[in-house]
Design a protein around this ligand. Structure first.
Ligand SMILES: [Zn+2]
Length: 81
């Protein structure tokens, strides 16, 4: 799988609609390619932040999941090399 293909499957992957076979290739590439992993994390953060904001129509700021707060800076450091 190439980076461009991965970008095309990103939406399906996040929504859980990717076939198992494609998903395996997807995750394999994510494990090897820092650029795509970074892209993936950014995408997930955006999706989850958006969903949280929609689900909770409260006056409080939506809390970011702890794993995402950790994941973003770690990925930035890696891609800066
Ligand atoms: Zn890639």
């Amino acid at each position: 799988m190439k980076c461009r293909e991965l970008a095309e499957f990103l939406n399906d992957y996040v929504s859980g609609e990717l076939p198992v076979e494609t998903r395996t290739h997807f995750e394999l590439h994510l494990g090897k390619c820092k650029n795509c992993h970074h892209h993936m994390v950014q995408y997930e953060v955006a999706i989850k932040a958006g969903k949280i904001a929609c689900d909770e129509m409260s006056d409080e700021m939506p809390a970011m999941p702890e794993e995402l707060i950790k994941a973003v800076p770690a990925t930035r450091q890696q891609s800066g090399q």
